[in-house]
Design a protein around this ligand. Sequence first.
Ligand code: GDP
Ligand code: ADP
Length: 206
Amino acid sequence: MYFSVTLAMQGPRPVVLSGPSGAGKSTLLKKLLKEYENVFGFSVSHTTRQPRPGEVNGKDYHFVTREDMQKEIDAGEFIEHAEFSGNMYGTSKGAVQAVQARNQICVLDIDIQGVKNIKRTDLNPIYIFVQPPSMDILEKRLRDRKTETEESLLKRLTAARVDLELSKEPGLFDLVIINDDLEKAYSELKEMLLEEIKKTEESRKS
Ligand SMILES: Nc1nc2c(ncn2[C@@H]2O[C@H](COP(=O)(O)OP(=O)(O)O)[C@@H](O)[C@H]2O)c(=O)[nH]1
Ligand SMILES: Nc1ncnc2c1ncn2[C@@H]1O[C@H](COP(=O)(O)OP(=O)(O)O)[C@@H](O)[C@H]1O
């Protein structure tokens, strides 16, 4: 069950970034959060997957057991949750509230199932799909990232093919960014968000 989330409609419009694993969502997000430190805030998801070297609990994800996460889901504490590549991922109400309490633009990095479920809430975000230039390049980037086992890499590539098809649904996304040249992709992202950035910066001054 997905309930209408009354925590929305306050402050700036959130932003959802979706796209296949390896498309470059985290890379683009990190650039955005670095350039506009106080303007954007990351919605820290929960996941049952193992942390990668360098990932920080509470910053990149809340790393939890399936049992604990299921308990919180049953208690109604999640806006959405999904199974991806053998692990559970989800956005808690607290994750979004924490960002909105700081009056920042909340950015969510979620898969397509998450996008579909968020559409059933009143969060009203801007939906952006990050697309790799080709499946071959996606595979190369994922392999070069060296975070996956062969098994999880293949699962991600299979999911990517499905996501690329699903992303074609008219009206599902407000913008599709092809992440070929990183600087160009980043410019397109910024351009889409410029109005919200300006509004947030203006409201800071007053
Ligand atoms: N539905 C949903 N998907 C999420 C959430 N957090 C992360 N994801 C998605 O889960 C997928 C796997 O994420 P991750 O394991 O970090 O791998 P990566 O995307 O390859 O870095 C990606 O498509 C993320 O967008 C969440 O809270 N909800
Ligand atoms: N435009 C790009 N050109 C080349 N490599 C890229 C580009 N964007 C991202 N990468 C690299 O591709 C890999 C996957 O990017 P990442 O941001 O982790 O994807 P996601 O968060 O969507 O899974 C990373 O190693 C990243 O450094």
